[in-house]
Ligand binder design. Structure first.
Ligand code: NAP
Length: 560
């Protein structure tokens, strides 16, 4: 394979022309592993990252309380047995600083840094028909060429602050959960507003409430949140998992619905019964057992929770009861109780004392369901004509998810076609990996793959390995190119549509549907067929010699 610059080349000066085999965008879990795989193949790779360090999500989301809600033992790289044996998590659910430490450790351990360029945002990627490669531009003036361009930009990375009227008038401090300052923010003695009650807000609110003089939470839609039951990692559990880690990972990959299998410190297969075929007593026992276990393990509860509204309602009502038990004031409890959409149709949240936080005297819930925020003023937030004067506003308002980070790059494929135009209405990508007309461009954790309902760790590891094998198959020389056939892309989109038919996800205004961003077309952005089905589809795509792709192999690869 051609390798134009050394793998260990020093960082290029901004603006310098460079030629690579592959450019990767993003130093989160997916981008880092992709870099590791391609480095191992001896390819010349440059990874561009907008942040000043590795971590992706865990670099940017430093808000108080930020932590993962998939168990640390399962939310970590599985590709390297030595790494997973040697690393030891301190908590059942790692907090952001520890996750960032882990990712920095991986960057060092796998010697990734020499091929990473930080503080650099990729602004454009243009396909060059002559070289069958990509010209990539950055905000630092870099102009580099690469045979392959791999967008590992994350599906929850393009933060969004709604265009509130008067946003610029507000004179206090403003914070966005997904772009939190690196230095500690001290809210003590302050009146603070948090706008939003999704996963980020639910984590931040419980911590901020303890610091402030008064906290106002502005809630448009209540979430269903479950107790996380975090704590120090149970060392006996750690030993048991490590003694069988490869098998544990196999079960995560092949026998789980959402990519994790631990329930009550045991591996547990998904329940394949309907919630309606068992007795009330049996159903309740399952829900209580998972409530005590903690976290998101309802994803492996009854098989029809996301396809049958009556089944779904049994769990929704169970959680509503729990909310009523956790909140002292019945009126506040009712405001916090979701009634307008099925449970899990928006992503489940998990918390530590979230509902109990509303029992504090210094916390006020302001429901904006029927009366949206009118405007921001110099001093604060106005709802129903009442001004809530605050010293700081925390926007926990979410992301332009799945497509947002990709759409902010000017991506042009064959004949100058713009990727945003190709995806107008809804993103289209064969296996969620490649789009017609955009040869040698790969998406990791992008649209039309399982991002929404599967732990991103497993999905991205799987996709990285697929892309790595595909690149190895094609080679890096002049003639090499690969893109899906139109028929393959159409068939994948049809399959995606078929497996999502009847899904309750359509019944909520969530980021799963692009419905949280005004003006964004409403469309299901993720594949709902499950990880194992996805893996089988990907493997079928390889088993026939990449028959669903138009592959032009390089001379070197053909000769090899
Ligand atoms: P989110 O779930 O989309 O929540 C955004 C919140 O902002 C919602 O409550 C939303 O209300 C509100 N909002 C948006 N626009 C608004 C407006 N104009 N006026 C008032 N309220 C507005 O975003 P997120 O909390 O950042 O979480 C996104 C995803 O990131 C999660 O679903 C999860 O996948 C991931 N995440 C994971 C963790 C974890 O692992 N622990 C932590 C944080 C995030 P509506 O619901 O009415 O739109």
């Amino acid at each position: 394979m051609s390798s134009v610059v050394s793998r260990q080349s020093p960082q290029p000066a901004a603006g310098q022309a460079q030629q690579f085999d592959a450019v990767i965008v993003g130093a989160g879990f997916a981008g880092m592993y992709m870099l590791h795989r391609l480095q191992q193949r001896g390819l010349a790779v440059r990874l561009f990252e907008a942040g000043s360090g590795v971590g992706g999500t865990w670099y940017w989301n430093r808000y108080p309380g930020a932590r993962v809600d998939v168990e640390s033992m399962e939310y970590s790289y599985s590709f390297d047995e030595d790494l997973q044996q040697e690393w030891s998590w301190s908590e059942r659910y790692a907090a952001q600083p520890e996750l960032l430490e882990y990712m920095n450790h991986c960057a060092d351990r796998f010697k990734l840094r020499p091929n990473m360029q930080f503080d650099t945002r990729v602004t454009a990627a243009v396909y060059d028909e002559d070289t069958r490669g990509w010209r990539i531009s950055t905000d630092r003036g870099d102009e580099v060429s690469a045979k392959y361009c791999i967008l590992a930009t994350g599906f929850l990375s393009a933060g969004d602050v709604p265009a509130f009227e008067g946003l610029d008038d507000y004179q206090g401090n403003t914070y966005l959960t997904s772009r939190w300052p690196h230095e500690e923010v001290d809210f003590s003695g302050q009146r603070v507003a948090v706008i939003g009650t999704g996963s980020s807000a639910i984590q931040a609110i419980t911590i901020i409430a303890k610091q402030v003089e008064h906290l106002y939470v502005f809630q448009r839609t209540p979430s269903y949140s479950l107790p996380l039951r975090n704590g120090p990692l149970d060392r006996d559990f750690e030993r048991r998992v490590k003694a069988m880690y490869p098998e544990w990972r196999r079960r995560q990959r092949e026998e789980s619905r959402a990519g994790f299998i631990a329930v009550n410190n045991q591996p547990m297969a998904p329940n394949d019964k309907s919630a309606l075929e068992v007795s009330e007593q049996e159903r309740r026992a399952d829900y209580e057992m998972r409530w005590e276990s903690g976290g998101l393990c309802y994803y492996s509860s009854f098989a029809d929770l996301l396809t049958n509204q009556e089944a779904n309602e049994t769990l929704a009502e169970f959680v509503r009861e729990k909310i009523r038990e956790r909140v002292d004031d019945p009126e506040v409890a009712e405001l916090l109780t979701p009634r307008d959409y099925p449970i899990m149709a928006k992503r489940l949240c998990a918390d530590t004392n979230y509902y109990e936080t509303y029992n504090r005297d210094n916390v006020t819930l302001v429901s904006i369901k029927d009366a949206p925020i009118e405007r921001l003023t110099e001093k604060g937030v106005v709802v129903r004509g009442q001004e809530y004067a605050v010293d700081s506003i925390v926007f926990a308002t979410g992301f332009d998810a799945v497509t947002g980070a990709i759409s902010r790059i000017d991506v042009r494929g064959r004949n100058g076609a713009n990727l945003n135009d190709h995806w107008e209405g809804a993103p289209r990508a064969y296996l969620g990996l490649m789009s017609v007309g955009f040869p040698n461009l790969f998406f990791l954790d992008g649209p039309c793959a399982n991002g929404a309902l599967v732990s991103p760790m497993l999905l991205s590891e799987y996709q990285v390995e697929w892309v790595d094998r595909c690149i190895a198959h094609i080679g890096t020389g002049e003639a090499a190119s690969v893109e899906p056939t139109q028929a393959a892309e159409d068939a994948w989109m049809q399959h995606m549509h078929d497996v999502s038919e009847g899904s309750l996800l359509y019944l909520a205004n969530s980021w799963y549907m692009g419905a949280n961003i005004p003006g964004k077309p409403r469309a299901l952005l993720s594949y709902l067929g499950g990880l194992e089905a996805y893996r089988q589809q990907c493997e079928a795509g390889e088993a026939d010699g990449y028959g669903k792709l138009v592959v032009t192999r390089s001379r070197e690869a053909a000769e090899a």
